[in-house]
Design a protein around this ligand. Structure first.
Ligand code: BDR
Ligand code: CA
Length: 311
């Protein structure tokens, strides 16, 4: 069977890195399209280039939007480190980002791989919103869109309590995507919390003699410490969970289809994902909300991407 053709829109980011490692283990990665989010675009582009070099891949890296569509937003450097990769002081990659803008690259690749392209969005949705605005026919050429974003019952992970980071960073972009993309798969923060990975398990995988495990051990050290200090019982790997769903849709055990909209104006709720759980508004479902996946299989995929055979 042909390998999946993936395009990843990402803001690396420690959990982005894990997702990108997984993608390269199981699919053809056509491009890494980079957004600002976890940290500024300069760092997220450099991090993507370094990761591609570490994997020994030739995946092109396209720089995208450096800021949200409208309003400024706080980054997540307190989780991912000031450079987004745990401040390890790594030697920068010798490679450079491609000259083409990420949005143009997405539109071009959507034509070249029409009907087969799987798009995985694990960053704020700025690039995707811009692409959709330039070319509203984009969804017709994309086989599947998987978005990591939102907090479907309001337990987010930002200072605006119900908002999750990717949506809260650029709510207008999320609104453009959620209100125009006909149907996508949504992997939210609350599913992420249900599918955390025990620290001891992750630390065991990170001792394996593999360049990917060594690199991930280094860049994730600060995030692991920070997560433990916060009293969280497990390591949250949001983007890796979304990637598992993109790579293996049959890993999903429980999901529901509903209409999801983005709150743009609430003083306490801007960036919230509002789910019409009882389908009261009669609007067609735009999202398949992933509730649970086969957790053992998820762990196997993550471990293998780090160089460990499980099972
Ligand atoms: C999402 O926000 C970012 O900090 C992570 O990389 C992930 O994409 C989780 O809320
Ligand atoms: Ca991310």
């Amino acid at each position: 069977m042909d390998r999946l053709k993936l395009l990843i829109d990402t803001d690396p980011g420690v959990d982005d890195a894990l997702a990108i490692l997984m993608a390269h283990a199981y699919a053809d990665v056509l491009a890494l399209n980079i957004a600002a989010g976890n940290v500024g675009l300069g760092h997220t582009v450099q991090n993507a280039l370094k990761l591609v070099e570490t994997i020994g891949a030739r995946t092109p890296v396209f720089a995208g939007c450096a800021a949200p569509l409208i309003a400024g937003a706080d980054d997540a450097a307190f989780v991912h480190g000031a450079d987004g990769f745990g401040d390890t002081g790594y030697t920068p990659s010798a490679c450079r980002a491609a000259d083409e803008h990420a949005v143009q690259a997405l539109l071009r690749l959507s034509h070249a791989h029409a009907g087969r392209l799987v798009l995985v969005a694990i960053a704020p949705l700025t690039n995707l919103a811009l692409a959709l605005t330039l070319d509203p026919s984009l969804p017709q050429r994309v086989a599947r869109l998987v978005i990591m974003g939102g907090a479907v019952t309001g337990r987010g992970n930002t200072h605006r309590v119900p908002a999750e980071f990717n949506i809260g960073f650029d709510p207008e972009a999320a609104h453009v995507v959620f209100s125009t993309w006909p149907h996508f798969t949504l992997v939210d923060w609350e599913a992420t919390m249900r599918h955390g990975i025990a620290f001891e398990t992750m630390e065991r995988w990170l001792t394996v003699d593999d360049p990917r495990a060594r690199f991930y051990a280094a860049i994730s050290r600060k995030t692991r410490e920070w997560t433990r200090m916060r009293g969280r019982p497990r390591l949250m790997v949001a983007d890796a969970l979304a990637m598992a769903v993109a790579l293996h849709p049959d890993i999903v055990v429980d999901a529901q289809d509903h209409h999801v909209a983005i709150e743009l104006s609430g003083a306490l709720t801007r960036g919230a994902t509002v789910v019409d759980w009882e389908d009261r508004f009669g609007k067609p479902a735009n999202a398949r909300i992933v509730l649970t996946v086969d957790h053992a299989r998820f762990e196997t995929l993550v471990a293998a991407a780090l160089g460990t055979a499980v099972g």
